[in-house]
Design a protein around this ligand. Structure first.
Ligand SMILES: *[C@@H]1O[C@H](CO)[C@@H](O)[C@H](O)[C@H]1NC(C)=O
Ligand SMILES: *[C@@H]1O[C@H](CO)[C@@H](O)[C@H](O)[C@H]1NC(C)=O
Length: 578
């Protein structure tokens, strides 16, 4: 099976197509109206645009009267989907076929759509919409696609179209909250990359991403919030070709580790083997830096190398790379030991481990596309952009364990500025339940001076009376505590029953009657019962959602094809660009 996967990957690189265990990242599209379509439908997130990991998006479905495949700009047809202020955003439904998925998304975005749904044109399992390999200089627009995209099945597409034809307004909700697992307070992620800097838009976007993401990545790593590992794909040369000119120029260690020629021209420029060696040097750099407890230096090395040693200036060399290593203070000898002898007919332990890691396991499929980002063992789909990736990483933390960088201004929405985002707040104490996060605003009772307020976060949060008794009168008489602080009343100081006064400085009154204290006890008792019932409900719910995610994880292992890998049909494709 393993051998097969590698041969397959080799063919992928020779012929551009192949089967593999490619996991299609799915999430749900919820139709909230009309009644006849109500339900949750599966869709596959595209490999471009920005999925809102951790968030949701609400809108209505629009199906254009013309240009239904969205292969042309909608302005030619005088059609626009821009929503008016306060209006619902449009999810543009278009048909698959005739042009790249990315072209459709770009046209939809230019016309003002908030998201694009591509209806498949045949009955088949959902695939991942990918970016085109060959877009040459026209690939610029790829970087500008920001709207999320999803492929839906033909039958669901047909139902949507029919409902629209019948004059129905279809309200939908695209939900990414469960798209990434968030098991604990540390996120593990991998970036599958390449040191080659001359492969067109894909290489450019890769290096651009490394440069812009470096700062955030290093903060997260230094503080122990993440464990990052870079990876490099290599292919091996099938035995029969080991002595061929192609394999010699593209491989090291006697055909064991190969990379495609950067210019796809064996006669000029750098060869595939140069790329493999630089890739190996980057893996070794990470290994040695990680052993010195400074794994984040990899980000510096890769950025510096791309700036100081580009192919275009003929500086993609060993000497240049070694200068960069030295300037970062990493032990060069250790790195060279790790690289070993590229000419030798022997296994290189580091590259062997990289090849093994290419093969998918659990929720992650085989890595066959470069670049690939894997977060908590799920392949990330969407644009390789600093904020988009940061949002996805942040969604990988269990709620409330996310680091400050996840709440940083860059990815905040500032919805709390106006009217506290509609959340509970206490004007007098200047506390609010509104929290601005990458998930959008959430209403969550705050922690103030170490006191955790409790409540629904919308209409009430209690805890004010525990901070300096809310600024109200308090006294102990005959071993009984009396307080004028009332949680529900803003700035509420109200003398307890039987007392009289302003409640702030004083409450004068008769001796407390035992009846009052009994009623207090009753309140406490009922409160405890309610809390117990609530806790049980939460417990049941947690158990259920845990079971759901377990079942989903198990299902994922059997989807979509691994079990039939050996005789996978040739048309078994899991991602495509058209
Ligand atoms: C990096 O180091 C940590 C411990 O310091 C280790 O757990 C991890 O496996 C190492 N990663 C690699 C790829 O060697
Ligand atoms: C309330 O608190 C925020 C920060 O916690 C502060 O910026 C603001 O000035 C405070 N407002 C008042 C009226 O004290």
């Amino acid at each position: 099976m393993r051998g097969k996967v590698r041969v397959c990957v080799w063919f992928l690189f020779l012929f551009g197509s192949c089967w593999g265990r490619f996991v299609v990242e799915k999430n749900s599209l919820k139709v909230t109206s009309p009644e006849s379509l109500k339900g949750v439908y599966e869709c596959a997130i595209g490999n471009f645009g920005i999925p809102q990991y951790g968030g949701t998006m609400v809108g209505f479905v629009a199906y254009p009267k013309a240009n239904r495949k969205a292969c042309k700009g909608f302005d030619e047809f005088g059609i626009s989907f821009k929503s008016k202020p306060g209006g619902f955003p449009a999810f543009l439904l278009v048909d698959r076929g005739d042009c790249y998925f990315t072209t459709k998304a770009w046209n939809a975005q230019k016309a003002g759509a908030a998201a694009i749904l591509v209806a498949d044109n045949k009955q088949e399992p959902l695939i991942t919409m990918d970016t085109p390999e060959e877009e040459g200089g026209r690939g610029d627009y790829l970087q500008k696609i920001t709207i999320p995209s999803a492929l839906i099945s033909k039958s669901f597409g047909d139902s949507l179209k029919k409902a629209i034809e019948d004059g129905e307004m279809i309200n939908v909700n695209l939900d990414w909250r469960e798209s990434l697992p968030h098991p604990d307070d540390r996120v593990e992620y991998e970036f599958w990359t390449n040191s080659n800097d001359e492969c067109g838009p894909k290489c450019n976007s890769q290096i651009q991403f490394v440069r812009t993401f470096k700062g955030a990545a290093q903060i997260l790593e230094k503080k122990g919030y993440t464990q990052f590992t870079p990876h490099y794909i290599t292919w091996y040369c099938p035995d029969v070709f080991v002595l061929s000119k192609q394999c010699k120029s593209q491989c090291i260690n006697h055909g064991r580790y190969c990379a495609p020629d950067p210019e796809q021209d064996f006669s000029k420029g750098y060869d595939g083997r140069d790329v493999v060696i630089q890739n190996l040097r980057q893996v070794c750099f990470f290994k040695v830096a990680n052993e010195s407890k400074k794994p984040w230096l990899w980000w510096d090395y890769v950025t510096d190398f791309s700036i100081r040693c580009p192919m275009s200036e003929k500086r993609y060399t060993k000497e240049c790379a070694e200068d960069v290593i030295k300037s970062l203070g990493i032990d060069l000898k250790k790195i060279n030991d790790c690289i070993g002898l590229p000419e030798a007919d022997e296994v290189n332990a580091v590259l062997k481990a990289e090849q093994d890691a290419q093969i998918g396991k659990n929720s992650r499929g085989d890595v066959t596309i470069l670049p690939t980002l894997v977060i908590n063992n799920r392949q990330y789909r969407g644009k390789l952009d600093k904020n988009a990736v940061l949002i996805a990483l942040c969604a990988g933390f269990q709620e409330t364990t996310e680091p400050a960088v996840c709440l940083s201004e860059d990815i905040q929405t500032n919805e709390c500025l106006e009217n506290n985002g509609g959340c509970w707040h206490d004007e007098a104490a200047n506390v609010t339940a509104c929290k601005d996060t990458f998930r959008g605003r959430v209403c969550e009772c705050p922690i103030v001076k170490g006191v955790k307020f409790v409540g629904d976060g919308y209409t009430h949060c209690e805890g004010r009376c525990e901070i300096n008794n809310g600024g109200c009168w308090k006294e102990t008489r005959d071993g009984m505590a009396f307080s004028a602080c009332v949680e529900y009343v803003a700035k509420g100081c109200k003398c307890p029953p039987g007392f009289r006064g302003d409640g702030v400085k004083s409450c004068e009154g008769k001796k407390a009657s035992t009846e009052v204290s009994w009623s207090f006890l009753w309140v406490i008792f009922l409160g405890l019962v309610a809390a117990g019932v609530g806790a049980y409900a939460v417990y049941k719910y947690r158990i259920r959602s845990y079971m759901d995610s377990e079942i989903r994880a198990i299902m994922a292992q059997y989807m979509p094809l691994d079990n039939h890998g050996e005789e996978a049909p040739t048309n078994h494709i899991h991602h495509a660009d058209i």
